[in-house]
Design a protein. Structure first.
Length: 142
């Protein structure tokens, strides 16, 4: 796993993220997972031009092309709904953080490429169930 930080998130900085991704690809990366907003679009462009997988973030980015393996999706609709529900019930107060994850449907996986074998999707879904149940703990750091 190769990790770098752009410290930039605007679409205008996409060339910076593209260069970082190209560096990783030249070091043998077979997939690029961008988590840099608009800048990360450059990383996904690098994945496409280098014919490696790209993994989107925040929203389903499969619309960018067949080089997108999947996306880590933030379910903003769930977050807004839950926030409103708590505010209306009067249970939302200062100092209370709302955390969204697989268990409360605040995170999910976007469209998965049709090139991914069903057996791998089945294995992934089994891991999701274990994460939700607490049988598997996702590390908070690398």
């Amino acid at each position: 796993m190769l990790v770098d930080y752009s410290n930039d998130f605007t679409p205008a900085t996409a060339p910076k993220c593209k260069e970082i991704a190209l560096k990783h690809i030249s070091q043998g990366a077979q997939a690029v997972f961008q988590v840099a907003g608009g800048c990360g679009l450059g990383a996904l462009q690098a994945a496409k031009s280098s014919k490696v997988w790209g993994i989107g973030v925040d929203a389903d980015q499969s619309y960018l092309g067949p080089h997108i393996l999947t996306s880590g999706v933030k379910r903003v609709d769930t977050a807004v709904f839950d926030f409103y529900k708590e505010a209306q019930a009067g249970t939302l107060g200062p100092g209370k953080d709302l955390v969204f994850d697989l268990k409360n449907s605040g995170q999910d996986v976007g469209k998965i490429s049709s090139k991914v074998p069903q057996t791998l999707i089945t294995r992934m879904n089994a891991q999701k169930v274990k994460i939700i149940s607490g049988a598997v703990t996702v590390p908070a750091t690398l």
